[in-house]
Ligand binder design. Structure first.
Ligand code: FAD
Ligand code: MG
Length: 321
């Protein structure tokens, strides 16, 4: 972050996450509007309470379509599109498995295999039926549940950016706990830290310089539990119903919109480095930083940001062509 003394930081806890807003003038009224906006979206999207528009859809699974607000409809439509890509690791209908594993919540445990198999049957993204004319969503089987945990923070970060822009803010930053969206170029750029997996929050592997960009990180180290010497983290493989298992500790996406960042962290996390870099060819606007269990930091390319390695126990591999 800039060291300039004129930075004003405001914090809150929303969506079970620490929220941080940085502005360059003291404006608590604006900060409170920003937190109010996040809260409004949380109330629409959350599946961690009995009531929300997404929960209305989930409660009506197998019974009837539910008409929702445009924001909820559009985000679900976008999440479904990402979910039905061939071989996609993203699945908006993963809810029943997320609820059963409870990773990151009280009572997490490894479910019996038979239960995972039977829950997989009600996590099919094609069974989320959308009606553009009615703005309605229908889950065709009882027990189905939409979970927007892998995409909603990205959407909300972009709406906060839009609000700040409308209010004439030219330089600012919002961090929704893993989803960072930035405005402007204070002192030439923003410097965003890349966390060292399984370390204290302030220990960094490296830092990237960005301007007008979103930086989203998904990691196995944020939410996990251990059972019988094995670690189970919160990004589930939609094919198996178990946590995705590969060479990665985290994936960071640099993009203009945080929505893209949130979708792509999950897609790319599932694809791994080789396939992930392949998928990003032809997408000049989206770049990835992979942190591997073998202590490598792999950059898919380095066009929209500058990366500095800060931990020399890691090896930097830059694949910029
Ligand atoms: P990402 O890697 O982007 O996504 C992982 C999350 O997406 C998982 O936690 C799961 O929810 C879901 N998911 C898992 N596998 C897949 C998959 N293959 N495809 C698609 N989605 C998948 N946390 C709390 O502790 N308490 C709360 O009250 C709470 N409320 C929230 C309300 C909202 C509106 C949102 C968006 C999040 C809330 N959270 C809460 C956090 C939430 O439970 C997730 O942990 C968080 O969204 C994960 O974000 P991420 O960027 O770290 O993970
Ligand atoms: Mg995500």
């Amino acid at each position: 972050m800039p060291t300039d003394e004129s930075v004003y930081s405001y914090s809150a806890v929303l969506m079970g996450s620490p929220i941080l807003l940085k502005l360059f003038s003291d404006n608590p009224a604006l900060a409170s509007r920003v937190f109010g906006l996040i809260k409004q979206y949380e109330d629409l999207f959350t599946v961690n309470r009995a009531e929300s528009q997404v929960m209305d859809i989930n409660h009506a699974a197998g019974v009837r379509p539910v008409v929702v607000s445009r924001a909820v409809y559009q985000l679900i439509k976008c999440a479904k599109a990402a979910s039905i890509l061939p071989g996609s690791a993203f699945n908006l209908a993963i809810g029943p498995l997320v609820k059963r594993w409870r990773i990151g919540f009280k009572g997490d445990s490894v479910p019996p295999e038979a239960e995972i198999t039977s829950l997989l049957a009600i996590t099919q993204p094609q069974d989320v039926v959308l009606d553009d004319a009615q703005l309605s969503v229908f889950l065709t089987h009882k027990g189905m549940e939409i979970d927007l945990g892998a995409i909603a923070k990205g959407y909300i970060a972009d709406r906060v950016r839009d609000l700040l822009r409308r209010e004439g803010v030219t330089e600012g930053l919002i961090n929704l706990g893993g989803n960072v969206q930035t405005l402007g170029t204070p002192q030439g750029h923003w410097s965003i830290g890349l966390k060292k997996p399984f370390s204290d929050a302030d220990v960094l592997v490296g830092a990237m310089e960005v301007s007008h960009k979103s930086v989203v990180t998904s990691g196995t180290y944020e939410r996990y539990f251990e059972q019988d010497g094995r670690r189970y983290h919160h990004i589930l493989n939609p094919q198996t119903g178990y946590p995705l298992d590969n060479e990665l500790d985290s994936v960071t996406i640099i993009s203009t919109d945080s929505l893209d960042g949130d979708i792509w962290t999950t897609l790319i996390y599932g694809a791994g480095i080789e396939k992930g870099c392949q998928m990003l060819k032809g997408r000049d606007d989206i770049e990835a930083i992979f942190v591997t269990k073998a202590r490598e930091v792999v950059l898919s390319s380095q066009r929209q940001f500058r990366f500095t390695l800060l931990d020399d126990s890691y090896r930097l591999i830059d694949r910029t062509a």
